[in-house]
Design a protein around this ligand. Structure first.
Ligand code: CMC
Length: 453
């Protein structure tokens, strides 16, 4: 059976038909003996098979221990596939390189959510629905006044996206597929509007309303850079570059923020609250915040003569410094998104007449030295998506503090697609990991007056 659509019921059937049993012996080091259990090994369509341990505790009394989930598949999904050893990324089976070159962000959004590329009529009604939801409730404008002008835009986004749940009560019932869809379209449509408002607020400029005659990326740029004082025309080079960046960030299977969205959603939380949780997780500097950190690092390095000093620091176990934009949990090969961005970066800078951008030159030099360094070779550390994205964003005039916000705008599509898939999954349960307890054993309370120093 080939899985092409998005149905979770199909996934269930597929897994039921594609398994075998593995025999596991657990022999503890204390008297008490050995336990054995037969566990199903499930086979997906691609990638490593998984040991189904759902019955392990009930049958043996053991949990598994896997901090950081390095060996754990938290769900079955048919949205995105990554082969980290070969540097392959597929969305619903389509290579990211083809999508970045030939598709648009909204078409990729449709693909991720619906499972297949749209036919013309379906795409038109999808685009129309997104376009009709771009404005936010006028009262939401007041929320912004509560933030300091120098607040980080990601801090604002965590607040205002969560606040959408206080405005759109007619799309909060997660058990109603229609409401789920409307909430999803609202989120995709309103994220650029809220992101641009966060930026305008920090600049002390008036908010710019969305323009529904513009494409998704163009409208976003317009809301960021237009002012009521003068007409503003979006440069198509910039519009296309941003659209491509959005495609490259749209989904990446069970990354930390997506897993956060799924975990929040597993309790039945509404989609606006779940996406706010995803934004909070994405903000971290070793996840989505890395694009901002790369630019700060490149500025700090400043000159190619200082690269070796920073490579040395990255190698030093006693120095917390890491080469930002390098390394990935899944990719042990060049991140295919970074490869597209490296090319795009040069093309965009050339088109903007900025042939010798010093940051790009420094980044390329840093990449070259790192890729030849024994430490980076041994640990299979390659540039990831964040290494070149910041340089393009900077070149098209996006301020550094907005980089991760742009990532959040794009990743909203992946969060939503994965959240919907989870809710349609018949095997879905509340996400509730267990632990290996290492704290104090039972002891009894003593009053403060009787406690000794
Ligand atoms: N610079 C120097 N050493 C590194 C780096 C790096 N960027 N990345 C990993 N290592 C070392 C790490 O110290 C460890 O060494 P050892 O085996 O001696 O302890 C080894 O490589 C494995 O690293 P890890 O931290 O165990 O691997 P992980 O899978 O848990 O972490 C990562 C992956 C992305 C958090 C990490 O590579 C990192 O911190 N990179 C820099 C931040 C970054 O660019 N993040 C963006 C990730 S891609 C986009 C996204 O997720 O949003």
């Amino acid at each position: 059976m080939e899985l092409k659509g998005k149905s979770q019921a199909m996934t269930e059937r597929f897994l039921d038909e594609n398994y075998e049993l593995a025999h596991l012996e657990v022999t503890p080091g204390e008297p008490g003996g050995s336990q054995s259990v037969d566990l199903p090994v499930l086979h997906g369509t691609m990638g490593p098979s998984v040991l189904d341990i759902r019955k392990l505790y009930a049958e043996t009394g053991y949990f598994t221990y896997d901090p950081g989930y390095t060996s754990t598949a938290s769900c079955a999904s048919n949205i995105t596939f990554i082969d980290g050893e070969k540097g392959i990324l597929l969305h619903r089976g389509y290579p990211i390189e083809e999508l970045a070159e030939k598709s648009t962000f909204l078409e990729v959004a449709y693909l991720l959510m619906e499972g297949n590329l749209p036919r013309k009529k379906d795409f038109e009604s999808f685009v129309e629905s997104i376009t009709l939801h771009t404005m936010v409730n006028e009262q939401l404008h007041n929320f912004f006044q509560g933030f300091r002008r120098d607040a980080h835009p990601m801090a604002i986004m965590v607040g205002v996206v969560g606040a959408l749940s206080a405005f759109y009560h007619d799309s909060l019932d997660i058990h109603d597929p229609k409401q789920r869809l409307i909430a999803s379209h609202r989120l995709i449509a309103k994220m650029p509007t809220l992101a641009a408002m966060a930026y305008k607020y920090s600049m002390g400029q008036p908010f710019i309303y969305p323009r529904n005659d513009l494409g998704y990326a163009e409208n976003f740029i317009h809301m960021l850079f237009a002012t009521p004082a003068a007409p503003y025309k979006v440069n198509p080079v910039i519009g296309n570059a941003l659209d491509k960046i959005l495609i490259l960030h749209a989904d990446h299977e069970q990354n930390p923020s997506t897993s956060t969205v799924r975990l929040a959603g597993s309790s039945g939380a509404n989609p606006f609250a779940c996406v706010a949780a995803g934004i909070a997780c994405l903000w971290g500097p070793i996840h989505g915040g890395a694009n901002e950190a790369v630019i700060n690092m490149l500025k700090e390095i400043g000159h190619k003569d200082r690269i070796l000093e920073y490579i040395k620091r990255a190698r030093d176990k006693n120095d917390p410094f890491r080469l930002m934009g390098f390394g990935h949990r899944v990719y042990k090969h060049y991140d295919p998104r970074a490869a597209v961005l490296r090319k795009t970066c040069q093309a965009v800078l050339d088109e903007l007449g900025n042939h010798d951008d010093p940051l790009l030159k420094l980044a390329k030099e840093l990449e070259k030295i790192a890729l030849e360094d024994p430490y980076f070779i041994e640990k299979k550390l390659y540039p990831n998506v964040d290494f070149y994205s910041g340089i393009i964003l900077k070149a098209i005039g996006i301020p550094t503090s907005m980089f991760t916000v742009l990532f959040a705008v794009a990743r909203t599509v992946g969060w939503i697609a994965q959240w919907m898939e989870m809710l349609e999954d018949p095997s879905q349960k509340i996400g509730r990991p267990r632990q290996l307890y290492t704290g104090s054993t039972l002891r009894h309370f003593s009053p403060l007056s009787q406690r000794k120093d």
